[in-house]
Write a protein that binds this ligand. Sequence first.
Ligand code: AMP
Length: 112
Amino acid sequence: MTIFEKIARREIPASIVYEEEDFFAFKDNNPQAPVHVLIVPKRVIAGISGSQPGDAELLGRMLVATPKIARQLGVFESGYRLVINHGEAAGESVPHLHIHLLGGRALAWPPG
Ligand code: AMP
């Protein structure tokens, strides 16, 4: 079981900020910005590379929820960034698909 599945099952604690039936969002425990949450499907999708056509509707709803989550966290007006890391060079560390939502400060571009 992935660490994010355990969070979804409330087996390990996290600060959950948003929840729907099949996905949820919680605060990253090593935040890279004043607002840093992860939007995660409750069932395991093994990263963006493990996503299948049957996951498209869920992934679409996760993306569509991001402005609402950003508003709730107070970063919609100032701006925020969505990130999905794939592979070692991008720093992917948890093999369970997640969208980072970062905001609350000016974010450099290109990213480091
Ligand atoms: P990535 O490097 O893109 O795979 O992102 C994984 C993210 O999960 C990192 O930003 C970690 O800080 C975060 N993370 C790992 N374990 C936990 C946890 N138990 N609670 C909250 N965030 C976590």
